[in-house]
Design a protein around this ligand. Sequence first.
Ligand code: CA
Length: 485
Amino acid sequence: MRKLRVVAILLLVSLTAGACLQKMNKKNDSNIRIKERTSPNLIVILADDLGYGDVGFNGCKDIPTPNIDRIASQGVKFTNGYVSYAVCGPSRAGLITGRYQDQFGFSRNPLFTPNDPEMGLPLTEETLAEALKKTDYKSIALGKWHLGAHESLKPLERGFDDFYGFLTGGHHYFPEKWVLQDEFEVKSQYDAYKTKLLRNSKRVEETEYLTDALSREAVQYIDKYKDSSFFMYLAYNAPHTPLQATEKYLNRFDTIQNKKRRTYAAMVSAVDDGVGRVLEQLEALKLTEKTIVVFLSDNGGPEPHNGSDNGELRGMKSDLFEGGIRVPFAMQWPGTIPSGMVYNKPVISLDIFGTIINQTKKTIKTKNKIDGVDLMPFLLGENKEAPHDYLFWRKYDEQIYAARNASGGKFVVKDQDTMLFNLDNDISETENLIRNSKNKLDSLEQVFNMWNLGNMDPVFMGLIHNKKYNELNPDRFEKLESKNN
Ligand code: CA
């Protein structure tokens, strides 16, 4: 009897210990992941005005994008990948801060105003480069900046160690068109497309087609920083207008009859080549498994302007229908994220910030509360919930609003017309369900209104105020002496 009791006690002890161990192991599993944090590199490859349907991994037929597709096949393709705004500037402000840009009044495309310290990303905001500087990262910005042209707002003032590119919202692609020495030779908003490129704060004589030059720089900077952790923000302006491509790329698309589409295809192909060069450089330097690579577009394609194609999505750049905000979006981290994954729950560009700051060896405390979340637990199956219960969009000047939930419900308010869609079975937003689903609308609107309470009015005039800004600031492009001099 006594023997039996001892056996029973022993059994109980071992069972309890087993359960405890199991619990500890589970805890340890996550601890192991934390311990193994290696401060991976991050390369964000941002295309400009690329349509949802214009990459192979989203079904594009006439423009091969084998290298961009490789990111999706070596990692995860996000089918419901969003940006936080439907045009360039605010979308970039969201991505680089991990916050909805409406929260700090960046709700318009900024003007090119080199004397205006208010025109761009407010200094209250912390960029991803600044956050990563708190640990052991080097950061490089390449290509289009668009977050301010004033001295205090340039990339090197915002946490980046290196910059090669241009400050405004677009640029000519051929070096012979870069005739202006600096920003003070600019005489109008779109003159800025003609400035010589900047390397850090110096103007340079570049001789390559712009997309190729940016790819070359990316490859070189990866080599330069191969021994440290780095963040590379590779912001191609392609395939944003003006539509300009070299024969090398145009020759690949002899079969496309439409001239606009053909040039667009050539520009996308140049970006794809660049992505290939970046991935090959990572391979050559044995950095592939140490590097998270994200590819996305800053907004949907403006179809009639650049010949892009948003596939089955309704609307285009500037719309809060899916065609304006749902973008090609893929991420690889071989050895950590399983290859060939398709993730269907909604994610947003703000999550890039949320993800990387949770992978660094040293914990980073951000200056502001960010809206992006760490996607890793979701991609590794540790968390089966949706990363976001809701996503929000606001176009302040036009009073257009949208919100969606994780189960496909989306509302759009435009021209005082309120629409409700179920994206899960109507990705093209063809059927307005508002009459039959008043309750769903009410709850989405309520959540949106709560979110909107935390937003600010725009803090600077935008592209639409170009004329008015010129009237108020006749010295807009004059080189003013610094107040400190
Ligand atoms: Ca854009």
